[in-house]
Design a protein around this ligand. Sequence first.
Ligand SMILES: [Zn+2]
Length: 240
Amino acid sequence: MSMIDPLLKLQEIDGRIRKSRQEQIDIPERKKEEEARLEAALAVCAEANAALANAQRRVEEIKAAITERQNKTLALKKSQATLKDNSEFKAFNTQIMGLQSEIEQFEHQLLIADDDVVVPRHNAALADAKLEEERKVVDEYVNELEIRKKKADEELEKAMADRAEYEKELLGDPRNARMVTEYNLLLSRGRWPVVAKLHRSECVCDGCHLRQTASVGQQVRRGKEIVKCEMCGRILYDAE
Ligand SMILES: [Zn+2]
């Protein structure tokens, strides 16, 4: 067993910790994105339905205008029947004809307004269906994300416990103390991976890609001590 093996094992555990932590950051972000997608579909749906309501209101307004004039006409005709005076009768007739002409205009507008409902109704139905579909997809995905988040939480807890246990085991041998301290220091400085391959043929650090000197290469191959990359400070290990 090379002296670097315990550090590689520690790094493997730290890899799990990092992955779980990243998941804990990513999952809420993904959830937000999904919710934003749903918000967008909701907004489109609200807009489409508002347009439909507008078109329908226009139809109702015209119908009300027609009814109002029809009622007025009826009332006028009723009163007209009781009139004795011919000139009054004629004046009523003029009013009735005026109302008739207005009704005809409104009826023409009603045809147009009825047509104007067709497209908004189609759009609103499409938007409703799309929202429904989107909601289903988002709900399913959010559910899945919640399961993943729970798994990540559990995995993080497990990995942290594994790390604590393994570090304790390593430090049980005082000869490992310096190595573990070096490793932890690099990790706390954000070096990742902390332990990097040194490719034997090119003698290049896998962390920063700097070519190392031949003597560094030899030291790494011997594996008797901790050797660090001259550029990035990562702990190097021998790799074919
Ligand atoms: Zn390096």
